[in-house]
Structures are given as structure tokens and as C-alpha cells.
Design a protein around this ligand. Sequence first.
Ligand code: GDP
Length: 735
Amino acid sequence: FMLLTKKLIEVRNVLNSIDHNDTLKLPSIVVIGSQSSGKSSVLEAIVGHEFLPKGSNMVTRRPIELTLIHTPHTKEEYGEFPSLGLGKVHDFKRIQETLRDLNMAVPESECVSSKPIELRIYSPNVPDLTMIDLPGYIQITSKNQPISLKEKISELCEKYIQEPNIILAVCAADVDLANSEALRSSRKVDPLGLRTIGVITKMDLVEPERGVAILRNQDYPLHLGYIGVVCRAPGGSSKENITQAVIKTEDAHFRSSYQYSQRGVFVGTGTLRRKLMDILEENMGSNLGSIIKAVQKELDETRYQFKVEYNDQKMSAESYVAESVDKLKHRFKDFSRAFGKPQVRLEIRHMLEQRMLDICAQRYWSDPRINELPQLDSGSTAEEDRLYWDLQLDLASSALTKSGVGRQTTQRVVDILSRTMEQLAEAEPFNHHPDAANTIKTMTHEILSSRSQATADQVENTIKPFKYEVECTDSEWTEGVKRAIALVQTELEMCEDALSKIKTTVGTKKLRKAINFVIESDREEAKRAQRREAIAKLRESNPRQYLEDQARASRDSHSSESTESHGEHSQDDDTQAQEENRSVPEDEDELEAAMRPHFNPKLLVKAREALSLRDRALILKYRLSALKSKTCKNSKNKAQCPEAFLAVVAEKLAYTSVMFIQVELMNEFVFQLPRMIDSRLGVKTGQEAMEKFARENPLVGKHLELMEKRTKLEEVWEKLNYLVRRQEEAKARKW
Ligand code: GDP
């Protein structure tokens, strides 16, 4: 009937994984004992392998939840740490090392942690048991152990030895039982000793008479009794199973003294194993009724919650991943449909037209000779002028065609694609999944950077002819003129907008005053510059005259100073001195500065800005009428209509660039990205990755958790029902 224990151990593990508030508890055997009482040796004798970390300083800092699973039909022996995902560990030395690492990971300041380490051992040589190994009680606190350590260990043990667990109190035969911390603790929670079993280790260290006296203990009677063992590890190869060796040693020891064969005296690891199995089974069996009730209640509640919160809607990590990936692919598809060749062309043309406007502004609109441009055609213009404007047009056209069109147009599309993917990566549901969002960005970057250089080179190559000559048909010209008019018109509107914005912020009157002042002071400045120039010329052509003038000026100023000091200077002298001073530039600057401060410097900046906007608007209006004039209807007059010609060039560049960008970059991107999304984010990434992904979204995580809980409880419910049926059948057979 060992099946019951086995099944209930399975049930216990399932319940442990879903129950965080200890309402669903099946009993386990909790092992307590003082340090060096032989606790580890007993556990290893039962398991058949050395696997517990040993050392002089305290090594067990966390409870070890040990599940032994009897596997009768195989020779394979191995351990498993379910929460670490290491898989099967066949080498028990490695289990030992892993346990040590897990223990050592508990920070020194915490001393002990109540978070258990789960370990399962599968072997044909172990009984079906669940045991919890706890840190050993310590007597004296050593120098580098904090004072509270002793209390912390006691607290931890006390938590575990509560009902319905069975207590395995380990005491060494050579230590007085009155001093046993394990027995003392167990009596607090189980005064009648109904669920405590005493294990007396190191029976080889005491005389048989004394040994038997301990085992028949009358001072501390335990309902489940005491068992004496000799569990010193025999040494030798760690690969071999030590249980049989221990039992052999024990047999030899206990057979040698007749006292141990008396009735009611229990000795040996074999006896201990059987007894533990019996006790566990009995306890689990008697707990069956209450655990069924608890599971039923929990299951009802979970089902109800699932219905209320999720309307019984199923959810799995896989379906969530598939849904998220589909969403992403759909959105990308929508985007790529909306961002087709015509839209790309529009983008690129817009970019080139902006460049073209900059070139016009720089090469034409700020050219002081711009007003002569329309008269170019009158026939009277000199050959020299004609050449000048032809050259201007050539330079402007090259500035456009040689501005790195390949790189820039490609980069523009790359930027748009990157930005779009970034937005998709940051939108629901990927806002919950930073790693996946990064993957989306990485994929985008990978595809684009693998294509962009080649694309840029291709584009640059295909636009090469335009760098030498741009021909255009009449209809192209007409279109170019239309676009140029629209562009200049927009530019003009922007200009006027900016101007009126300044007007409203500053105030029309105030602005006008400031503008007048700026104009006035510019005019003054120009005059001064002229005068300075004249002086410079004079200095060069007639140095003597210049020196004489200087000398006279300084003499006069000195004399005026001295008059002043005598206090007899007249109004006339003063005026004269000032008049003289005016011819000295430095002094004049000072005077000028003294007159200025009525205007706030920021206001003057605004005034200058307004002034240049006004000039620009004037030129733009002028250009607009030129472009609309009869002259610009004819493509032969392109030198007079540079805006229209450059608009034609921009259109040609855009058209050609886009053909190659479409083939080399866009098509590749639209083809590759969905495939990459599938392989790097989709269901192919494996169950573990999908679980991790799904749980990053807290809402989905909760949903999944509840689903999982329901599934597990249903599974447990099935198992329990099966066991109850078996028990009834067995009872019926007995009757
Ligand atoms: P723990 O600290 O309670 O886990 O104790 P250990 O199992 O590490 O044992 C402490 C020491 O007692 C070790 O040196 C063991 O070899 C020794 N020991 C354990 N069991 C026996 C035994 O039955 N007889 C003898 N003589 N020594 C034992």
C-alpha cells in the first residue's frame, strides 16, 4: 500500500507549488538535532549517498526540502533541483557543491533563511519519503557568529515542527538526553510525543547496557519510540550506495550484544527507514480527509475567481506570445502598406526641396544682384552678366546633386523605419516586455545597417548623370515651375508668419521704433565706416597732411582741457572742441554708445530679425512674380528661373533615388522583418522563453497563475479521489 505515500508526496509537491499561505498541508518529516549530533549522517544513510555539505562552520543555512522518490524499475540514481533547472544531476558530489553554494548565498547578515531549497532524489534504493533538513541547533555562539544566530535557528525550527509534520529528533548517544535541544524543542509543540520519533546516533560510542537504557527511555517517553543507529560513513568511493554498508556495520554491532535483541528495542537504519515510511503513510492517510476538504474548498474558490475575473477564458503563454507577435506583424503590415513607394518619394522629394530652398536662399536671395535677374532677357544685357547667372545656376544645381544624395535619402528612409519600429516596440503590449522591445529595435537595426551602405551607393551611382547635366521636357518644366511657385509661396507665408509673430509679441509701435533705430544706427555705422575708409586712404596717399591734422586735433583738445581747469572756458570753445572730437572715431563710438541704452538689447535683436524677415519677404514676393511671369513659362530661360530648374532637379533626384531605395532597402525590410519577428519573438523561442515573456505582463501573469492553480488543484483532486476509492476498495475487501 506504499502507493498512498507516493501519490500523496506527489500531491504534496503540487500543493506546495501553488499554496503560499500554508492552508493545504500534507505532513513531512522534519529533521532536527544539535550540531554534530549526526543528523547529516542519518540522512545520508537513508539516501545512500553523501550529498550534504559539511564543514567546521555552520553550513546549513536554509531548510532543505528533500523528496525521495522510489523508482523500482531503473538503476539510475540522480538528484533534481526543480527551481534551478539544472536537469538531472547524477553526481552526488555536484549535488553537495550546489547545496553548499545555495547555503553560502545567504548573506552573512541574515545568518539563516527560511526559504527552503527543494531537492528531489530519484533512486531504486530510497523509500518514498519527504524530509526537511534544518540547520542544527548550536550550543555556543562562536566569535564570528552573531548573537542572534542561536535564536534565529530555534525560530526557524519551531516554524517547521508544527502540525501536521512528524518530528525526527536526532540525539547522540554520548550526550545526555536531558541536554538534547531537539527533544526540548519537540516537547514544546508535541508534549505527548505523538508525532515525534527519537533517533539515537553514535550507539557505538556507548556500552550496550547504557545504549538499551537510552532506547527504553522512561524520562522522555515518545509514543513513536526511539531507534538506535550507527551511521558513521564507511568511506570509500562516493559512487557506491552506502545504505547497505551502514546496515552491515550496524548488524555486526548490534548482533554482538544480546541486549539489543530484546523486545521493544529498535535498532538499525533499516528499521528506521521502515518506521519512517509507516509513520508517514499513516499520517498522510489520516490527513487525507482534511486535505481533501481543504483542496475542495480551494478549488471551488479558484474556479469561482476564474469565472468572475476572467469569464472562464483560457490563457496560455503560447497563445499570448502568438497574439503579441501577430499584433506586431499586423501593425507593421499596416505601416508598410501606408508607407509605399509614393509616400517614400514624397518624403524624399520634400527633403530635397528643403535642401533646394536653402541653396536658393544662399546663392540667390541674398545675392545683391538678384534684382538684375529678370532684366537678363532684355537683350541689352552684357555677355558678362549672362555668364555670371549661368554659372550661378550650374553651381546651384551641383550643390543639390552633389550634396550626398545617396547617403542622405537612404538615411531618411532608415530614420523613418527605425522610428516607426521604435514606436511599435514601445506600444502595448511590448511596453511590458523590455527585452522583446530591445529585440525589435536590434532586428530593425540589423536589417537596416546590413542594407543601407549598399543602397546609398546604388542611389549615388544612379543619380551620377544628373551631376553633369539635367535635361528636362516641357511638361517637366511646367511641373517644376508649379512646384517652385508653391514652395516659394510657402516660404513667403512662413516668413510673414514669423514676422507677424514678432509684431504681436513685441507690439507694432515698439517694434517700429526699434526698427527705425536699427536702420538709423546702421546708416550711421555705414557713414563712419566710409569716413574711416577715407581717413585710411588719406593716411596712405598723404601721410604728412594726416599727421598735421592729428597734431592739430590733439593740441586743441589739450587746450580745451587746460581752459576747463582754469574755469574760464566759453560755450564757443566747448562746441568747437566737440566738433573737433567728432573727427576722432574712438570718441565718437563712445558718444554713440551713450545714446543707445533706451533700447533693450533683446528688443534690438528682435528688430533685426524682423528687418531681415521683411527683406526676405520682399525678395520672395519679387521671385514669386518672376516665376509667374511669361519668362518662366519657357524652359530656355532656366537661368532666370533657378527655383523652377532646381525643383525639376529635385524631382528627378527623388524619383531615381526612390526606385533603388524601394528595391534595395524597403522590399528587403518588409520581407525580412516578419520572419525575424517569428524566429526571435514567436512561439519558436521555446516554452521557457514564452513563459518568461508572458509573465512580464502583470495582468497576463496573474491570469496564467490562476489558470495554473486551477489546473493543478484539479489534478490533485483527481489523485486524491483515486486514493480514496482505493482505500474504500481495500476496506471492502477486508470485510
Ligand atoms: P551533524 O552536524 O548533526 O550533521 O553531524 P554529522 O553527521 O556531520 O556528524 C558529526 C560527526 O559525528 C562526524 O564526524 C561523523 O563522522 C560522526 N558520526 C556520525 N554518526 C556517527 C556514529 O554513528 N558513530 C560515530 N562514532 N561517529 C558518528
